[in-house]
Design a protein around this ligand. Structure first.
Ligand SMILES: Nc1ncnc2c1ncn2[C@@H]1O[C@H](COP(=O)(O)OP(=O)(O)OP(=O)(O)O)[C@@H](O)[C@H]1O
Length: 277
């Protein structure tokens, strides 16, 4: 669905943010895009949306050249920026004006999502709290039922119960025809939600892994100091030593995204080499 071919990008008079990126994203997946502050996550999403233009290479979505922003492309994607523009209008007025752009808009899904998030219906959107505005826009984004949904830091500003609801509404709106890309540096928010992790680091996609496949290859857990010789990566924490180990027993463990992210961004060669095998 999303195809990046040799994509390079730099802002004017700035060094390259990405160089020669190649990436294919498919329907039926929820991708988590992780990266340190300033790694270029937002910029990469903007390239996918045709809001930033590659200095070399190409980005297509559903066969459309994103940079051309043709009407049929725009109908098939929804981009929720980190700080969406919130109009000084009622929810009803906003929906009435915007929904005609999205032919598959699903009223029932929209209502269910607003209910789940407990977003007030009758208030002017700009008068809602920041968290309520965000939840309104997440509900709208999902109800547009576009094949591609891209969300930049959607959980920023959400309280803890809303983060739990966020996972539920995404899971409810997801189907095999949709591709979702969620960018965040709040790694924990994506646990039990995404099926594929992408880590953008030092101008490259440093990791692109399905979590299920990853969990067959490596295990995540707390280990004793004795076992550290076999560890692919480890960190000492207050609760003991958390490690990524070769999964020799073939028992699947829940991937620890934070540990994985730290390992990848620390350029830990041992883990990278092991995953390449
Ligand atoms: N319009 C712009 N003009 C010039 N430089 C920019 C522009 N937008 C972003 N940058 C720079 O590009 C780099 C990547 O920014 P970007 O917002 O894509 O990173 P990010 O990974 O989303 O960061 P964060 O996690 O902090 O939101 C940063 O160094 C930023 O200062």
């Amino acid at each position: 669905m999303v195809s990046l071919t040799n994509l390079s990008f730099n802002y004017r008079k700035q060094p390259a943010l990405f160089e020669g990126l190649n990436l294919e994203l498919y329907p039926g997946n929820i991708y988590g895009l992780l990266g340190k502050n300033g790694a270029g996550k937002t910029t990469l999403l903007k390239n996918m949306m045709g809001l930033a233009f590659p200095s070399a290479g190409r980005c297509t979505v559903g066969g459309f050249d994103a940079a051309k922003r043709e009407p049929a492309f725009l109908r098939s994607v929804f981009f929720l920026p980190e700080e969406p523009d919130i109009p000084n209008a009622s929810a009803t007025a906003f929906v009435n004006v915007t929904r005609p752009f999205y032919p598959d808009f699903d009223d029932q899904q929209f209502e269910q999502c607003l209910d789940a998030f407990e977003v007030p219906r009758r208030r002017v959107l700009s008068k809602l709290s920041l968290g309520q505005q965000k939840k309104f826009m997440i509900s709208f984004a999902l109800a547009c039922c576009t094949p591609l949904v891209v969300m930049d830091e959607p959980t920023n500003g959400l309280d803890i119960p809303s983060k739990i609801q966020f996972r539920k509404v995404i899971a409810a709106a997801f189907d095999q025809n949709r591709c979702m890309v969620i960018s965040t540096h709040q790694v924990k928010d994506l646990e039990n939600l995404i099926d594929t992790v992408l880590v953008l680091h030092e101008r490259q996609i440093a990791l692109h892994a399905r979590l299920e496949a990853l969990a067959t290859k490596v295990s995540f857990g707390t280990v004793s100091a004795v076992a550290l010789g076999d560890a692919l990566y480890y960190e000492e924490t207050f609760n003991g030593i958390r490690a990524i180990m070769p999964n020799l027993a073939g028992i699947q463990s829940q991937p620890d995204l934070e540990l994985l992210f730290n390992a990848v961004t620390a350029n830990h060669a041992r883990l990278a080499d092991y995953l390449k095998q």
